[in-house]
Design a protein around this ligand. Structure first.
Ligand SMILES: Cc1cc2nc3c(=O)[nH]c(=O)nc-3n(C[C@H](O)[C@H](O)[C@H](O)COP(=O)(O)OP(=O)(O)OC[C@H]3O[C@@H](n4cnc5c(N)ncnc54)[C@H](O)[C@@H]3O)c2cc1C
Length: 284
């Protein structure tokens, strides 16, 4: 289908983008890589009157690591994240998610900022962001605020971003024992179930764990009971690790569709959490 008519404006910088959003009124929308917004416009599920293109705003793409925290600019493409040696070593869950997402065309145009701002309950990154305990920097005309991943993903296509804010960067502590694994939908490639795990090790034991899932319910979520059960486990105690990964989707209304029933998704949540734990414990 063809989208409804719209005005297209390219923003020079963030203040310019914020001004254009305000002037565009209620139905103005930001455009980054266009790989979620344009398909929605073609289906007329989104009908913005004004498109504010931030794709060439300088300073919004790139990965920095100061030894402790890693910061990712919102315009960083999936391909750049997948190829980053820094991430492969210090936050492998994110590099793995980026490398498994979509196809080469999507990975070369789509951005992490657009993917997170879109709030798709079946997207890959939300689980990774929850597992990494990422902080999202949101800039509006009134100033800048940081929102933790636990508060950022609110529900189906809903995030903490207001219509007048730009997501500028995402930051998190290095997570060398992290991993993301997914059950690809055979047609779309989106996760039927995606599991992200971030383990902190103290010698041979897990001293802290963050475990999150996407694709299962109406929003990404943390598997708190699994996190608690993993904490304190010896990395060599296969039986305890296996038992800890059970009922990962407990308390969540799993979605069912023509491809996978709710029961199947919930069962696969356990399988993929177990695989993610094993991957996070692989020696590097
Ligand atoms: C064929 C195909 C396969 C795909 N497969 C997968 C997959 O397997 N897994 C997956 O997770 N995703 C998948 N995607 C989605 C892909 O990851 C998109 O790149 C991503 O969802 C959106 O990023 P974008 O930069 O293209 O954003 P856009 O489409 O430009 O924008 C998406 C939304 O975010 C808003 N936005 C964009 N940037 C910002 C910002 N900085 N601040 C505030 N709001 C912003 C826009 O206004 C819009 O509402 C697929 C897409 C396609 C077309």
């Amino acid at each position: 289908m063809i989208p409804v008519a719209f005005h297209y404006i390219r923003a020079r910088d963030i203040p310019d983008a914020l001004r254009l959003l305000r002037e565009g009124g209620e139905d103005a929308k930001l455009l980054a890589g266009g790989h979620s917004l344009i398909p929605m416009m073609k289906l007329r599920l989104a009908t913005p009157g004004t498109i504010v293109d931030i794709g060439s705003v300088p300073g919004l793409a790139g990965i920095t690591h100061d030894g402790m925290r890693i910061a990712i600019g919102a315009l960083t493409t999936h391909a750049a994240l997948a190829a980053s040696r820094e991430l492969q070593e210090h936050a492998p869950a994110l590099a793995q998610a980026a490398g498994e997402l979509g196809d080469p065309q999507v990975r070369n145009r789509g951005t992490i900022g657009g993917a997170c701002a879109h709030g798709d309950p079946s997207a890959d990154y939300p689980a990774v962001m929850l597992a990494l305990d990422a902080a999202f920097t949101l800039t509006g005309e009134a100033g800048t605020r940081d929102v933790g991943a636990d508060a950022f993903f609110v529900g189906m296509f809903e995030t903490a971003l207001s219509a007048r804010e730009v997501l500028t960067s995402i930051a998190f502590a290095a997570a060398p024992n992290s991993a993301y694994v997914k059950f690809h939908h055979p047609a779309s490639g989106y996760p039927v179930v995606g599991a992200a795990v971030n383990l902190t090790l103290a010698g041979e034991r897990i001293s802290a764990a963050r475990v999150a899932l996407t694709g299962v319910g109406d929003a990404p979520f943390r598997a708190h009971a699994v996190e608690a059960a993993l904490t304190g486990a010896a990395v060599t105690d296969a039986a305890r690790l296996d038992a800890a990964c059970r009922a990962a989707a407990a308390g969540v209304d799993a979605r069912g569709d023509a491809f996978a029933s709710a029961e199947y998704r919930a069962a696969m949540a356990d399988v993929f959490v177990r695989r993610a734990v094993a991957a996070a414990l692989q020696p590097r």
